[in-house]
Write a protein that binds this ligand. Structure first.
Ligand SMILES: Cc1ncc(COP(=O)(O)O)c(C=O)c1O
Length: 389
């Protein structure tokens, strides 16, 4: 990996020591250019005309995303964020009274409140797979839970609040074995590790552009397995998703774009495509190796700070490092580090409430180095934390 070139193509690094790819990573120049070029084109010739002129490359974004996750372009819908993508899949599932939704302890708040809503409106039952001794979803426990019929397995792969990597592919194998639909929130995984929907065995997968993929805010996508598309009536449609073919009838599109609307942020789509191509050019395995290596280094350095406690669980740990330091208020630390040009974040208990309660977690600090960071970036953060900021 040509780290000097990569850093040179990341203008944000000139102003900030950014260690929060799990929040919103720094965009590289090709992404910024793709977005700005399209905006300028819209300003020059008009929005509709710009989309028409760029129709082929914009259509190519579906191929880019499909290539990233080993899907086909027909299986991809581009949406404005991961939550919109996730909700499109979830609310199209015909769940009814008594149906069991099986989820994980580290489930993301946005997903869990949607389960709660469908418990309220449809009477579904939410069941949570216990964790194994390392703090990851317990596969043996899940298999036991699948001895009774389940309507959906829906889990988060890498949670918002730390380095845990849930065993997404092992869950997929069970989902296949017991023929249970499987929705995977891969929001924090895409861009930092290989994602292969065929190898995972998921039916639906959702992700965002702005995190480890280094795309723009306001971009995300949904994957839905091709043979399932026609069985899914989106909860909300428009005349793009479902052309109005006769006065009393619409016809849903045959591809995953039945989950999209007519109007879109084409500049951001162009940016998303550029981000995917940029990541693929560098190589996702290379990205993972460097980002996860930096995160390990970060954990090792944090463990040497007096009063610090690492909060990441699981045998395998991603590029998200969560920790607390005795006597240090996380929000205060984030703000003071910010004033010194160092960007990290925090995660409150209510974004992963079940996990926070089970582990007695307070608000935790969250650092997420990406491959464009260096050990020196981490050392600077560690020095500031050791100085008490
Ligand atoms: C695990 C997880 N899922 C989903 C989301 C939602 O992503 P978005 O903000 O793009 O909707 C997040 C955002 O932090 C997340 O951490």
């Amino acid at each position: 990996m040509d780290i000097d070139r990569i850093r040179g193509q990341t203008p944000g690094l000139k102003t900030v020591n950014h260690l929060l790819a799990s929040g919103s990573a720094l965009m590289p120049e090709p992404v910024i250019d793709a977005i700005c070029d399209h905006i300028k084109r819209e300003a020059r010739i008009g929005g509709y005309e710009a989309a028409a002129e760029m129709a082929a490359p914009l259509c190519g974004v579906y191929d880019d995303v499909a290539r990233l996750i080993n899907a086909t372009p027909q299986e991809i819908a581009l949406l404005e964020n991961a939550t919109a993508a996730w909700c499109q899949a979830f609310y199209s599932l015909p769940l009814k009274q008594g149906d069991r939704i099986i989820t994980c302890q580290a489930e993301y708040a946005a997903n869990y409140v949607a389960y709660l809503q469908r418990a309220k409106t449809h009477g579904v039952i939410i069941e949570v797979v216990p964790n194994d001794e390392y703090g990851a979803l317990d596969i043996a426990a899940l298999e036991l839970m699948l001895q009774k019929p389940a309507a959906l397995i829906s889990i988060t792969w890498i949670p918002t609040n730390g380095g845990l990597v849930n065993p997404a592919a092992a869950v997929g194998a069970l989902a296949r074995k017991y023929k249970v639909p499987y929705l995977l929130d891969a929001c924090q995984a895409v861009g930092q590790m290989p994602v292969d929907v065929a190898a995972i065995g998921c039916d639906y997968l959702t992700a965002t552009g702005r995190k480890f993929l280094r795309g723009p805010r306001g971009s995300g996508f949904l994957f839905i397995r091709e043979d399932l598309i026609e069985a899914h009536e989106p909860a909300m449609i428009d005349h793009f998703a479902a052309p109005w073919v006769e006065a009393g009838r619409y016809e849903l599109r045959k591809d995953a774009r039945r989950f999209e609307n007519w109007e879109n942020a084409y500049a951001l789509r162009a940016g998303l495509g550029a981000a995917v191509r940029y990541a693929l050019d560098i190589g996702i395995e290379n990205i993972q190796q460097r980002a996860w290596g930096l995160a390990d280094y970060c954990r090792q350095q944090i463990s040497e700070i007096k009063g610090a406690k690492l909060r990441d669980v699981g045998q395998q740990k991603s590029a998200i490092v969560s920790f607390t330091i005795e006597g240090l208020q996380p929000d205060d630390a984030v703000s003071k580090l910010g004033k010194r040009g160092i960007c990290i974040g925090s995660s409150d208990p209510d974004s992963t409430l079940l996990d926070a309660k089970a582990r007695g977690l307070p608000t935790v600090l969250r650092a997420a180095p990406h491959y464009y960071n260096t050990k020196a970036d981490i050392d600077t953060m560690i020095a500031a934390l050791k100085e008490g900021l």
